[in-house]
Design a protein around this ligand. Structure first.
Ligand code: 13P
Length: 339
């Protein structure tokens, strides 16, 4: 069991590869579809995602795994092939989002706790049977006046660790995602402070729950200036502060760190990742697990129309290739433009 978890975790951060987060809940994908005027039907959700998973170049060269929503893991492609097989045929691993969302945390105004632990052992067994080899659980931490509280950081770290232990028991690699949101006027120093507190609490809880770190992947935010902060830190400062934070908090046994994009522009998410890999030699692989920053251009090119599939696949492949280059620090604006 231990060996399988380690092998899968290593495969998730194989050279030049990262993760495609395509696990938007129905409500979230509806918001994305609204931006292109597409109807949020089950068929359209399937067609859009099938289009991405059949982008062969991107999938076989740049994507190690895909995080799916429950509905997608159970769907069949237009030709009747299970979607999970469409993915595994490209060499990528199917994964599953298992949390049931962030809800208001009692006694903590403005803060969230992620739910989904009840019945999770049974759900993991079923997901394994459906082909999932890794999973994701996202905690949400908000920066604001007097928040986050220690209560919120602690409760979310505990839930992440309970989830991670259950995942490993089912032979599934847990992606642990403590997302510190980028919204707000806070500066980069405040983001560093909060991210550090969240990661310290997380690794303490993972230890307490006996989670095998070699069989986990961390999905963190980058250390950034708040979106409404008057002074925006540049690319090199973001790279420095993020890696400094990780050096303080993340054990070397963790095989890989796959960032969320969190609302950064496509190019900013790529530039930051590339700068980290160009500037630092780290004990963990630094890669991507982007949702919006991998899909935005493809979604726009698709526009809900079957005749645009090839153009949308080209847009996805381009973004995937740029992020693949970023995993070895080789992205720059020239390669972005040349392609
Ligand atoms: P974004 O990259 O769009 O933040 O999504 C990643 C994700 O899976 C959030 O849980």
């Amino acid at each position: 069991m231990t060996a399988q978890l380690e092998t899968i975790a290593q495969a998730m951060v194989a050279e030049g590869k990262g993760i495609l987060a395509a696990d938007e809940s129905t409500g979230t994908i509806e918001k994305r579809f609204d931006t292109i005027g597409a109807q949020c039907t089950e068929e359209n959700r399937r067609d859009y995602r099938e289009m991405l998973f059949r982008a062969h170049d991107a999938m076989s060269n740049c994507v190690s795994g895909v995080i799916l929503y429950d509905e997608t893991l159970r769907q069949k492609a237009r030709d009747g092939t299970p979607i999970s097989k469409v993915i595994s045929d490209t060499g990528a691993l199917p994964g599953i989002k298992v949390d049931t969302g962030a809800k208001d945390l009692a006694h903590c105004p403005g803060e969230k706790i992620t739910e989904g632990l009840d019945g999770l052992r049974e759900r993991f067994a079923e997901y394994y049977g459906l082909g999932a080899r890794f999973a994701k659980w996202r905690a949400v931490i908000t920066i604001g006046t007097d928040i986050p509280s220690g209560t919120c950081i602690q409760a979310n770290a505990h839930a992440l660790a309970r989830y991670a232990a259950l995942a490993q028991e089912a032979n599934i690699v847990p992606i642990v995602e403590p997302e510190v949101l980028m919204d707000g006027p806070h500066d980069i120093a405040r983001c560093l402070e909060v991210t550090e507190a969240a990661l310290n609490a997380l690794y303490a809880e993972l230890g307490a729950q006996r989670v095998l770190l070699e069989g986990t992947i961390l999905k963190p935010n980058m250390v950034l200036s708040g979106t409404a902060c008057g002074t925006q830190a540049g690319v090199e400062e973001v790279a420095e502060q993020t890696v400094k934070c990780f050096q303080r908090c993340i054990p070397e046994a963790v095989p890989g760190i796959c960032f969320l994009s969190g609302g950064q522009s496509d190019e900013a998410a790529t530039a930051h990742l590339s700068a980290m890999n160009a500037m630092f030699d780290t004990p963990w692989k630094l890669s991507f697990s982007y949702g919006r920053a991998l899909q935005a251009a493809a979604l726009k090119a698709w526009g809900g129309k079957p005749e645009n599939e090839a153009a949308a696949q080209a847009a996805f492949s381009h973004r995937a290739k740029m992020n693949s280059l970023a995993t070895s620090g080789k992205w720059n604006t020239d390669v972005e433009k040349a392609a």
